[in-house]
Design a binder for this molecule. Structure first.
Ligand SMILES: [Zn+2]
Ligand SMILES: [Zn+2]
Length: 130
């Protein structure tokens, strides 16, 4: 019974994150999932997010200093953060890194994956600025 409930909670959280609507933190995940599962607690949401991140089902990304945000988009992508409004956008493609160059400059081991956080002003903010 307990296991069944856990599975439902995980599923609800994962369903939401897989939609790829922004990169919510635990509070935002909690607010959405609570509508489906009113009995769920913030601590449970945290616990589930932790364990799913550990299993590689979702990714923790560092946007704010004091907490993680979560990404449930399955394919590999990078991020662009607007330094004005703080929004984080997905950046597709494998265009950014030259592995050979990195190994030339500072060999650190066998690189298998990389995540880049790009920073700048998003299109929305650029429009508002005009
Ligand atoms: Zn912006
Ligand atoms: Zn993302």
């Amino acid at each position: 019974m307990t296991i069944e409930r856990l599975t439902n909670q995980k599923k609800a959280i994962l369903d939401y994150l897989r939609k790829g609507i922004g990169h919510p933190d635990a509070y935002e995940v909690y607010a959405v999932v609570k509508k489906k599962l009113p009995q769920i607690s913030l601590a449970t949401v945290y616990r589930n997010l932790d364990s799913m991140a550990e299993k590689g089902l979702i990714k923790e990304i560092r946007i704010k200093k004091d907490r993680f945000n979560y990404d449930g988009v399955e394919h590999h992508h990078h991020h662009f953060q607007c330094t004005n409004c703080g929004m984080v956008f997905n950046v597709e493609g494998d265009i950014l890194l030259n592995y050979e160059k990195i190994n030339e400059v500072a060999p650190a081991g066998l690189i298998e994956e990389y995540d880049v956080m790009l920073k700048g002003i998003c299109l929305n903010c650029q429009k508002k600025g005009k």
